[in-house]
Design a protein around this ligand. Sequence first.
Ligand code: NAP
Ligand code: GDD
Length: 345
Amino acid sequence: MKKKALIFGITGQDGSYLAELLLKKKYIVHGVKRRSSSINTGRIDHIYQDPHIKKRTFLLHYGDITDSLSVTRLIKQIKPNEIYNLAAQSHVQVSFESPEYTANADAIGALRILEAIRFNNLEKKTKFYQAGTSELYGLNEKIPQRESTNFHPASPYGVAKLYAHWITINYREAYKIFASNGILFNHESPRRGETFVTQKIVQALCRIKLRKQKTLYIGNLYAKRDWGHAKDFVKAMWLILQHKKPDDFVISTGRQTTVKNFINLVSKELKITIKWKGKGLKEKAIDENGNIIVSCDKSYYRPLEVNNLLGDSKKARKILGWKPEFGLKKLISDMIKSEMQRISS
Ligand code: NAP
Ligand code: GDD
């Protein structure tokens, strides 16, 4: 019998890569998409259209993580072996503007799924994966951050994810559900949303290279992130649910880069020569002809900044045998290649 997986957040970056991975592993993949006024299936349309994928092995359902009835009904109908909760309002800055919605989707959303597993008597059948985040560490700058590091979230997003993290542990301990948290550090890809900093930088610099844009406007240049490739990270999600017991794992590359250095690396790959001048909000990158390529804009600064994220994923490497295959250079060249193709088509 084929295993059935249910992915909340299938239309997102990670959902699309996870669906591909699970289909390769011969799962029947069910995904939940929300109704939107414009098409939101761009990242998974190729799966749907793939003639090698049988229609009965990849199924999409309308639903919403803020709607208990749809969550409970879908879990009752499908009775999945594995549920991956990737659905979230996942933008940290936006969470300051929509804190209540973020709490509803990102915190209570996890509770709704766990409660539906219990309500449908699926405690022994259904394993649950919760998409946790390095944002849980927030203002705790003691690096590297590992499973035992104290949490100090610094945004409504981080606080909502903290609830989701603990309710997952609570349902594991109280009801013996196989419920695990992945504490994933930043991961990117050509499918990364356009408003996250790596994709924003790649898209702007590609357009600048092709003279379709003049300047990239950016926020804090000195935040440090541990950036990996989403393809590597979805493998970790699957491994976490295949482990013999439920547990929590940090997933990270163990390498740290500033936003400014990410800009330097992308510029170098695109052969755009830049020199940095000025300080603070006046800091700018200028090209050989004196054009301002990068300029700071206050509106991209957050009320509170997470400055220093660097993960230690020793536990996952040792217990799950996980390790990342993509380096930062390969990630950047993949993102540039895909963006250049997108612009030219
Ligand atoms: P993403 O691209 O923003 O995808 C989020 C997904 O959640 C989308 O499919 C979105 O649907 C869906 N969604 C949002 N609100 C929903 C709702 N109310 N009901 C149902 N679905 C909803 O995020 P991602 O980068 O793939 O990340 C996946 C998960 O991992 C998220 O929970 C994120 O917080 C977490 N995470 C991400 C990273 C990272 O660096 N990428 C690191 C740590 C943790 P639409 O397509 O309709 O918007
Ligand atoms: N988005 C954005 N836009 N970020 C900027 C900008 C800008 O113009 N300029 C500077 N930054 C800085 C942010 O202040 C932050 O320090 C860093 O770049 C990364 O920002 P994002 O790419 O938006 O990601 P994030 O780290 O806040 O959150 C992502 O990673 C988390 C895991 O640590 C998201 O994917 C979260 O969902 C995820 O949990």
